[in-house]
Design a protein around this ligand. Structure first.
Ligand code: MN
Length: 477
């Protein structure tokens, strides 16, 4: 059986988070509940209207490019991509053809071909008995399109790339990039060959609405193409959809070439000379650049956080910012930070997930302050409470909002010590026989000395009252 190697490229569209649409002043609102409320004569393509470029959308795409180490264009223009569909009122989509805003760059080890800016189409809904209705709220929303080189070698790698891009877009505030809401749409082009090169006839996969669906669709398509070739068949260059119910791809249409779109520069829009716009300079773009997901991940790994836990903080903003608060509080106590991380990534997450199960809000609910959490961590670190007690204390503080010091006192948790107290007391007594004699002879201060020795052995974790009693008991017996 011949060995086939898959070659995968991705095309990812993301709706940009701007106040207004790409070429008009209509509101860009993905959460609009009423259809056709965020529209105007420009995005409805009334005759005589003229588009105006949304500078914020341009700026966001440039920031993405800068984060990816890509080349930012100096000259750019918008082109008409001509095709007819009811969701496209103008009869063409304003997009970029020859002069994309961004070229090159790399993400998660995958080379990027280009990123360009365009406008979204309206959304059409097909309802049984009603027919097709169209909502133009989405028509004209700024859309960035990122195209990778066909260099991806597995469904998992494709998934990893798309997930990392989603994180980046969220970190930059460029897009909410929610796949279920269609704010981020992933298409994969797939081919297989025996020498690992890109085959002429590759297949484009569409209708993918989650990362998992994308990985399954790519895997399915790789196998389908191998089976086809092995049974003497041919692969047709086509667009195939992913049927989530059947867990299979199906042929949609034979892929059109770019010539079919008759691209030409839009005569209604000016070309842009980006170096002439101060807010598009690298300096001003860099001024608003946050710490990027991979930078943050590296920072965590460098202080010894486990890879899975680092990823958890990078990915989940509530947990991530809680961990940041804890770091800020514990500053140079690196052992404490690592211990804190263990309690966050194991125990705190479990509690939070439980709350999420009961109350399905979007945000993870961390109902303990970083200060109170730090108190618990210091109690375990100082061996003043057991790790079992720390877990209970965490749950109880999260539930009641009470100060862990008060809770631990109320429940007598401080009486714990990790070591066997009896053994330590015995040890202190045998090592200090003369002091024991002094105490027996009535020297009260001798007991305090013995207590001090016990506390030292227990690294300060003992309960002085109980230790005094124990010492007296043992000396008397
Ligand atoms: Mn596009």
């Amino acid at each position: 059986m011949a060995i086939y190697e898959p070659t995968i490229g991705l095309e990812i569209h993301a709706e940009l988070k701007t106040h207004t649409k790409m070429f008009c002043c209509s509101k860009n609102d993905a959460d609009a509940t009423e259809p056709n409320v965020n529209i105007c004569p420009v995005c409805m393509a009334h005759p005589g209207t003229l588009p105006v470029i949304n500078g914020e959308a341009v700026r966001q795409v440039l920031r993405v490019g800068l984060a990816l180490g890509a080349e930012l264009a100096d000259y750019t223009e918008f082109d008409r991509k001509n095709y007819f569909y009811p969701d496209l009122p103008k009869g063409y989509q304003l997009s970029q053809f020859e002069f994309p805003l961004v070229s090159g760059g790399e993400l998660a080890g995958v080379q990027i071909t280009r990123i360009h800016l365009e406008e979204d189409t309206a959304s059409s809904m097909h309802q049984e008995g009603v027919g097709t209705t169209i909502d133009y709220n989405r028509a004209g929303v700024p859309l960035m399109e990122l195209v990778t080189e066909p260099v991806i070698k597995s469904a998992e790698q494709a998934g990893a790339f798309a997930r990392e891009l989603q994180l980046l877009l969220k970190y930059l505030g460029a897009s909410n990039a929610n796949m279920e809401k269609g704010e981020m749409r992933v298409e994969a082009n797939v081919s297989v060959s025996k020498d690992g090169s890109r085959a002429q006839a590759y297949v484009e996969l569409k209708n993918i609405n989650s990362f998992n669906a994308m990985e399954r669709a790519v895997k399915y398509e790789i196998q389908r193409q191998i089976d086809e070739l092995e049974s003497g068949g041919l692969i047709v260059k086509e667009t195939r959809g992913w049927d989530d119910g059947k867990q299979a791809t199906f042929s949609q249409r034979i892929k059109e070439g770019s010539a079919d779109y008759r691209f030409f520069p839009d005569p209604d829009l000016p070309s842009l000379k980006l170096s002439e716009v101060p807010e598009f300079s690298k300096e001003s773009l860099n001024a608003t650049m946050p710490e990027l997901p991979w930078e943050r991940r590296e920072r965590y790994l460098a202080i010894g956080i486990k890879a899975d836990d680092a990823q958890l903080y990078v990915q989940e903003s509530a947990l991530g910012s809680f961990f940041e608060d804890v770091i800020a509080l514990m500053k140079s106590d690196s052992a404490g930070i690592l211990l804190a991380s263990n309690y966050i990534a194991n125990d705190l997450v479990k509690i939070v997930r439980d709350i999420e199960k009961r109350d399905t809000g979007y945000q993870s609910k961390i109902t303990i302050s970083a200060e109170n959490f730090k108190k618990i961590i210091e109690m375990v670190a100082g061996k003043r409470i057991s790790s079992r007690a720390a877990k209970d204390l965490l749950i109880e503080s999260m539930r009641s909002g009470k100060d862990p010091d008060v809770l631990a006192e109320e429940r007598g948790l401080f009486s714990f010590t990790g070591a066997d107290i009896g053994t330590i007391v015995d040890d202190v007594l045998t090592k200090n026989t003369s002091v024991v004699e002094d105490f027996k002879a009535g020297k009260g201060a001798a007991l305090e000395f013995l207590l001090g020795q016990c506390m030292k052995a227990l690294k300060g974790a003992g309960n002085p009252e109980k230790l005094r009693e124990l010492l007296k008991e043992k000396i008397a017996s």
